[in-house]
Write a protein that binds this ligand. Structure first.
Ligand code: SF4
Length: 375
């Protein structure tokens, strides 16, 4: 493995609108590249411009804490940061990959998040996150912390093939239980399940069951995407080596597609399969409202709830235009409570949605949303 030190010009990556999967406006990558080297990682794709050989070459943003301190400090900002979870991890490098042992960038970033009083959501595959329990507990006392782990299955053999350099699924589940015991909210990302390998009901159920036993507060689900180029060719090379009998099936399933999505109604079937299991184990499939209720602005609360409703309806196979309404609302510059007369003029907002917005502003939530989330 080669480690290269680089200097970043900025650290916070702002989303165009709040990301309702993570309930976050801002993400960050402290490392570019990831020695966890998961076979399916989309950080491998050319669209992320990670230099060198993915999995082997890691760039370390050595000045990230210094830059981030400037970005988080309200006295040094012209425009205040929007309220939401600071998202650490995911993207093109796990914040707790082995090189973190030497550089402590994630730990230093958490110290800044504590100093400037933000809630934080960490997504990782590494149990090294337990090292920072002291800071995480302190942040959680004042704000909110969510620790999420991702899994493609809980099968040791499959994980050793597809996630070669991360702690096994048993250790990751133990880490989730550890955080729960310490009073910290936990999520499980069942992402990605691997077609014809870890996408059958039995294997998916094992993950959900074990997650539930560990005490997770929600499980977010997603299928595999394979973007043409390095990501797809690397994945198919490993597949050819380990599961040669599946190569033709993959060629049919993953045709040319800009976003690397599987063709046909594969994801629809998968979502239904997941939803049935989530229902059986009564586990929320989005971050529960209680975790972000007192964090977000009123507009963001409405946007997140509408997007969650959209997902909850579509996963059942129902039609929904709530995501479209949420997108249109995200363009508004003023608080919704001031713009009451304008709601109906917003694309995608009809009478029913208007009623939901009113209810969210008055009560903080929507009975319809709660019913959908209630599984
Ligand atoms: S841990 Fe995450 S970022 Fe790292 S290789 Fe695996 S999927 Fe990619």
């Amino acid at each position: 493995m080669s480690v290269r030190e680089i200097r970043a010009k900025s650290v916070l990556r702002k989303h165009k609108k709040i990301d309702s999967w993570f309930v976050s406006h801002y993400g960050m990558n402290l490392y570019r590249g990831c020695s966890h080297d998961c076979v399916y990682c989309d950080g491998r794709s050319e669209s992320y411009y990670v230099e060198g050989v993915f999995g082997k070459d890691i760039a370390v943003k050595v000045n990230a804490p210094e830059i981030l301190e400037r970005e988080l400090d309200p006295e040094r900002r012209r425009i205040p940061l929007k309220k939401s979870f600071m998202m650490v991890g995911g993207g093109v490098g796990d914040g707790y990959q082995p090189v973190e042992r030497d550089y402590h960038l994630t730990r230093k970033v958490l110290q800044l998040i504590e100093k400037f009083d933000f809630p934080v959501h960490i997504l990782t595959k590494s149990t090294m996150v337990k090292r920072d329990i002291d800071i995480l507990k302190r942040i959680n006392e004042k704000k909110k912390v969510i620790i999420s782990f991702s899994f493609s299955s809980v099968d040791d053999h499959l994980c050793s093939i597809f996630e070669p350099n991360v702690p096994g699924p048993g250790e990751r589940m133990e880490a989730l239980a550890f955080f729960k015991k310490n009073g910290i909210a936990c999520g499980l990302f069942l992402l990605p399940v691997i077609p014809f390998i870890s996408d059958d009901s039995k294997l998916m159920e094992q993950v959900i069951k074990k997650g539930k036993e560990a005490g997770v507060d929600f499980i977010i689900f997603g299928g595999l995407t394979l973007k043409s180029g390095k990501q797809k060719s690397y994945f198919l090379k490993v597949l050819e080596n380990k599961f040669p009998e599946l190569s033709t099936k993959y060629t049919t399933l993953y045709r040319e597609n800009r976003w690397g999505q599987a063709s046909g109604d594969y994801y629809d079937h998968l979502n239904i399969r997941f939803f049935k299991l989530a229902k059986k184990y009564r586990v929320p499939v989005r971050i529960p409202f209680a975790f972000y209720n007192d964090i977000l602005s009123e507009n963001d609360r409405v946007i997140v709830i509408l997007e969650h409703m959209d997902y909850l309806l579509k996963i059942r196979g129902d039609a929904s235009s709530y995501a479209y309404a949420a997108y249109s609302l995200s363009k508004l510059k003023e608080p919704l409570s001031i713009l009451k007369s304008e709601w109906k003029k917003v694309s995608g907002v009809g009478t029913f949605t208007e009623g939901i917005i009113r209810e969210i502003l008055q009560t903080g939530t929507s009975a319809y949303y709660e019913r959908l989330m209630g599984l």
